[in-house]
Structures are given as structure tokens and as C-alpha cells.
Design a binder for this molecule. Structure first.
Ligand code: GTP
Ligand code: SPV
Ligand code: MN
Length: 596
């Protein structure tokens, strides 16, 4: 145990035990210093794990390529290992803990021979905040260490927390052979433990992120009566200078990052709106003594989707990733900078694609399909503090008060641009019945509609029936719970074109959301909830073809009656574990839809 250590016996014993199993040549403690980071970066460039980029144009930036079969979260290899299968629920793959440890142990055994094991103490949330949780990740990947240094508060400060308190999530990761047939992402919520082996892709290996901050945290949060959610948090500074905060849950690659740092369109900017980014992926929320819901972003960085990111869609992110950024699976240009489909500037005449092959735009594969230069789920890792509109409340231990919660999905049809639930219980039903078209963020068929309640289907660490019950209870704890809405930026016309321009223009919808929270406007009651009067959406400076807004707010009863079938089928999976309130809401919706 060289270079840096701890007095925490539990931590020492665990590191020793894991090292005995994995057999690293060396153990290095991560202290969070710039010098150590630089050293690791240098080593990773020499070993080929990272590729150095043009330091004049992209200071502090590097490129990484994962294996071609290791580019997204592998939900079919992700397990919740509780003693009882029922506790994991029909929403999770389950394995008994003893069988899971045994299976994983056989892959971890000797996996770090010839490698260094890094010990990364990290805090999710500001160090010392009552919201925050400490984790320690052991990994044999320098790429993981360098990402964790951006995504979490890692190093000495987090380790110091463990001098006072024994509680930490034990996170073990090894690349092992990066073999998809020997890849497992195991969660042991009853042991506060995560074991991930055989992958090098973000969501599978940055264990502070989805594994700790959502799967393990959701399990803890139910016990401790708070919420761990797949949500962005943003502040909307109103013309009078007051800042309202909202949290929004959209499934993976459905627009959280983009909404969290939107640029107000000219027509609204003149009113004096400003946006403050608190987080783009995860929210931890607690009810405080004032009866309000308060939220923090447990992360310190963005692990964002590259394709489609440019100065028009997301200028704040373009600024954020100009320095200190790790790019993963994008195109390497001859000048040592990077590119991806939908990036700024001209399409490069040539480059090296995400697999490391020479690439030219328009190139086709053997089956005649155009070869993408960047992987569809290529990403960048960048510190939040690089973001020009990063909230000044990021380090505040208390977080921010939440006025509204927005659920949303990617639905070409059915769901209107925005609607408001009737009350908290109905809002929980709206979240529980969310559905969305699948994206490249997880391995599987892109485009297929699947139910993804609260955007948490792949991330809820326990039975979602109990999770809905927990949401219902949380509403009862609050004096004035946030209003719950549902948004859909992705509705299309008969030609498959998006009806709504999205991105910055979404502020027009958020303005209505806040107006509803502050009782400034009335709304139209429909069977699914309240939709706006078209005249209440400020369209200054935005022209859309005649009839577009009518289409965007249309609630087609026939299609919704059809939707009920999918909801029923989904709810039935939970059997007795589904709260009766969800069936009540289902019956009431059915009645409202069938009433003439
Ligand atoms: P994860 O990091 O996977 O959790 O995803 P995310 O929800 O943060 O998704 P992100 O904001 O990165 O968006 C993913 C894709 O959706 C990008 O390709 C965006 O260009 C696209 N997108 C985001 N917002 C909008 C929008 O308002 N309208 C349309 N049409 N596309 C959008
Ligand atoms: C997601 O897939 O929802 C992400 C990216 O935010 S990952 O961290 O890989 O899960
Ligand atoms: Mn996500």
C-alpha cells in the first residue's frame, strides 16, 4: 500500500482482499492532484490507452477508443443481486448474491496481473454535504481514473471523509480481457457493493455514475426517504431576476444535456431570461424542513453525447469541451483535432474513424451502408466548471429548490409537446407510464418504443412497483410538491419531420411550465392532463407553419385508448407490488378517454 493510505481499517482490509483476488503488480492511491493526473495521462498516451490531441487547439484534451463491441451500456449484462428476486423486480436482471460473486470472481481472478490497481476515493455531491455519498473505486484502467477525476470529486478530500465515517460504496472494476462474453455489471445493494468486469465503456465502468448514483443510490434513497433520479437540473432566471429551478427526466440520449444548458432564443432573451446549468444527468432530491424539495447534482462533470453537438444546437457545450476534455469514439482529424457527425465546421475530407481506420465522408461498407466516422454513442467527458453557464450553486451543500418536474420521452406520435398532470399522484402515474424510442445509448434495437418509467428503467436498483410507491409517499411529505409535467420534443409530421424546432426554443415551453407553477395562466383540461392555450406560448421571433401548434398539442383519444393496452401490460408485470393508486389512475384515465 504505497504512496498514499488511510487509517480506515474497513477500507484497508477491502483493498487488500480485492488485490489478493485481482493480483495487480502495483497499487496506486489517487490523490486528486494535477501532478498525478498529468503523470497518468502521459503513461496512458505511451501505453496507447489515450491519444494526445493538438494542444494548441484543444489544450488538455485527449482521445480514447473503446473496443467496437464495447460502445454503450449493456443492459442485458447488468444485474441487481439482492437476496430475494422479488426485491430486484421484473424491471431488473437478477442473480443471487452468492452465485453472482462466484461467477464474477472467476473473471476477476488474476485479472490485474501486469497492471496497476488504482484506488479512487470519491464523493458524489459536494464533499461533506448531507446529500453526498462516498465511494471508492478500484480499477486497472487509467481511462477510468482520468474520467472519474472529471466526473466526481476524487482524491484526498473524499478519503478524509472516511476518517470520520465508515460508510462507502465498494466499487470494483477490471477491464479483464474486455471480452463481451466475460462482461458483467453487478450491483449488490444489500452490501453497498458494485462489481464491474470486462468492459471499458463509460456507463459500465465509471462506477460513481449510473451504478452508484442511480442503482445503489435509489435503493438507499427509498430507505432514507429521498430520491435518486435520472434528471437534469437547471435554473431559469426570470426577467425579475428570480431563479426558478426545474428537474427533468428524459431517457438516455433524449435531450437532458441540451435542455440543461439551452440558449434562450432572441424573442425570449429580450425579456431577460438567463439559464443556469446545475446538472445534465442525475439529481438527488430531499424534502427539507421547509417542506420543499431540494436537489443537488452528485456529479462534477458531463459525460455527454457528441453527435449533433454544435454551435447551433448547444453552444455552451461547444465552449465547455474546448479544454480539459476526454473524447471517446469520435473522428481524429489530420490536424490532431476531433469531429463527429453534426459537429461544427466543414466535414473533414479525411480522418481516422472511431475504430481507428482511415475514413472518408460518404464511405460505404460491404452492404452499401454509409460508414459513420464517430460512433452514434460517442461521448465527451468535461468538467462542469468549464461550462459558461454553470450554476453558482454547484458547491452549495443545500442544493436548489425544485419548482417543477418534467418527465419526457422521444415519441414520434401520441404525446403532446407539453402537458401538466392534475396532481402529484396523477403526475407519478404520468412518469410511471412514460415510453420512449430506444437510442444508441444502450445496446439494442434503436427506434423501438419501450416503456421507461421516469427514465429509470435501466437504473432503478429495486422493484419499480415499490419505487412508484416511494414516489407517492414523497409527495405526501411535501408541503407544496412541485407540479409534474410531461414534454415531448420529438413529435413528427406525416413526413417524419420534427414538428417542433427544439433546443433553445424549448424555453418557450418552460416559460409556460413556470407560468403554470405561478398560477399566471389557465389551461385546457383534456383526458390526459392540462395542455396550453396556444396563445399562452410566446412565439415571438419563431415562425412555424400554420397549424403546427395545433398538431403539437393534439390529444388523439383513439391513440390514447390504444396506449392503455401497453400501460396495462406493463403494470401487470408488477403484480401485487404495484401500488393500487396506479391502477386507480389507470381506470380514471380510461374513463376520461371513453367519455364523450
Ligand atoms: P444521456 O447522456 O444518454 O443520458 O442523454 P441526454 O438525455 O443528456 O441526451 P442529449 O441532450 O445528449 O441529447 C441526445 C440527442 O438528442 C442529441 O443528438 C441531440 O442533438 C438530440 N436532441 C436534444 N434536444 C433535442 C430537441 O429539443 N429536439 C430534437 N429534435 N433533438 C434534440
Ligand atoms: C446514459 O446512457 O443515460 C448516459 C451515458 O448518461 S452512460 O453514463 O454511459 O450511462
Ligand atoms: Mn444518462
Amino acid at each position: 500500500m504505497k504512496k498514499f493510505s488511510t487509517h480506515n481499517k474497513k477500507l484497508k482490509d477491502w483493498v487488500t482482499k480485492m488485490a489478493k483476488m485481482c493480483q495487480p503488480d502495483d497499487i496506486v492511491w489517487i490523490d486528486g492532484s494535477a501532478a498525478q493526473k498529468e503523470q497518468l495521462e502521459k503513461e496512458a498516451i505511451v501505453s496507447g490507452e489515450l491519444i494526445g490531441l493538438n494542444q494548441d487547439k484543444l489544450p488538455g484534451c485527449v482521445l480514447h477508443r473503446t473496443k467496437p463491441d464495447d460502445v454503450a451500456r449493456t443492459e442485458h449484462l447488468t444485474f441487481i443481486c439482492t437476496k430475494k428476486k422479488r426485491d430486484a423486480g421484473p424491471n431488473n436482471n437478477w442473480m443471487a448474491p452468492s452465485a453472482a460473486y462466484k461467477k464474477a470472481r472467476s473473471i476477476f481472478k488474476d485479472s490485474m496481473r501486469g497492471r496497476t490497481m488504482y484506488v479512487i476515493p470519491f464523493s458524489m455531491g459536494p464533499v461533506g454535504s448531507p446529500f453526498s455519498k462516498i465511494g471508492v473505486e478500484l480499477t486497472d484502467s487509467r481511462y477510468v481514473v482520468l474520467n472519474m477525476l472529471i466526473m466526481t470529486r476524487a482524491g484526498v478530500a473524499a478519503l478524509k471523509q472516511l476518517e470520520k465515517d465508515d460508510h462507502f460504496t465498494k466499487c470494483l472494476h477490471s477491464k479483464a480481457q474486455l471480452d463481451i462474453n466475460k462482461r458483467l455489471i453487478m450491483h449488490f445493494p444489500e452490501d453497498n457493493t458494485i462489481w464491474s468486469v470486462g468492459s471499458g465503456y463509460g456507463g459500465n465502468v465509471l462506477l460513481g455514475k449510473k451504478c452508484l448514483s442511480l442503482r445503489i443510490a435509489s435503493f438507499i434513497a427509498r430507505k432514507e426517504r429521498w430520491l435518486a433520479e435520472h434528471m437534469l437540473i437547471m435554473g431559469i432566471e426570470e426577467p425579475n431576476g428570480h431563479i426558478e429551478y426545474i428537474a427533468a427526466a428524459f431517457p438516455s440520449a433524449c435531450g437532458k444535456t441540451n435542455l440543461a444548458m439551452l440558449v434562450p432564443p432572441e424573442g425570449l432573451k429580450i425579456k431577460g431570461y438567463r439559464i443556469w446549468t446545475v446538472g445534465d444527468d442525475i439529481a438527488w432530491m430531499r424534502v427539507d424542513s421547509d417542506g420543499q424539495l431540494w436537489a443537488i447534482n452528485p456529479e462534477a462533470g458531463f459525460f455527454g453525447v457528441a453527435p449533433g453537438t454544435n454551435s447551433k444546437t448547444n453552444p455552451n457545450m461547444v465552449e465547455t469541451i474546448k479544454k480539459d476534455t476526454i473524447y471517446t469514439n469520435v473522428v481524429l482529424k489530420p490536424d490532431g483535432t476531433v469531429w463527429w457527425e453534426g459537429a461544427d465546421g466543414e466535414v473533414p475530407a479525411e480522418g481516422i474513424d472511431w475504430i481507428g481506420r482511415p475514413w472518408k465522408p460518404g464511405m460505404k461498407d460491404a452492404s452499401g451502408k454509409v460508414v459513420l466516422g464517430a460512433n452514434a454513442n460517442s461521448r465527451f467527458t468535461a468538467p462542469i466548471v468549464n461550462c459558461p453557464i454553470a450554476s453558482f450553486r454547484l458547491e452549495q451543500h443545500h442544493g436548489v429548490p425544485i419548482s417543477a418536474i418534467i418527465f419526457g420521452g422521444r415519441r414520434a406520435h401520441l404525446a403532446p409537446l407539453i402537458y401538466e398532470s392534475f396532481n402529484w399522484q396523477h403526475g407519478v402515474f404520468v412518469g410511471a407510464t412514460m415510453a420512449s424510442e430506444r437510442t444508441a445509448a444502450q445496446v439494442g434495437a434503436v427506434g423501438e418504443v419501450r416503456r421507461d418509467p421516469m427514465a429509470m428503467l435501466p437504473f432503478c436498483g429495486y422493484n419499480m412497483g415499490s419505487y412508484f410507491g416511494h414516489w407517492l409517499n414523497m409527495g405526501k411529505k411535501m408541503k407544496k410538491p412541485p407540479k409534474i409535467f410531461h414534454a415531448n420534443w420529438f413529435r413528427t409530421d406525416e413526413n417524419g419531420k420534427f414538428l417542433w424546432p427544439g433546443f433553445g426554443e424549448n424555453l418557450r415551453v418552460l416559460e409556460w411550465v413556470l407560468d403554470r407553477c405561478n398560477n399566471k395562466v389557465n389551461a385546457i383540461e383534456t383526458p390526459i392532463g392540462y395542455v396550453p392555450f396556444i396563445s399562452d406560448i410566446d412565439m415571438t421571433g419563431l415562425h412555424v407553419p400554420e397549424g403546427t401548434l395545433e398538431k403539437l398539442f393534439d390529444v388523439d383519444k383513439k391513440s390514447w385508448i390504444e396506449e392503455l393496452k401497453g400501460i396495462r401490460k406493463f403494470f401487470e408485470m408488477f403484480k401485487k407490488d404495484l401500488p393500487k393508486e396506479m391502477w386507480e389512475e389507470y381506470e380514471e384515465l380510461a374513463l376520461r378517454l371513453k367519455k364523450q
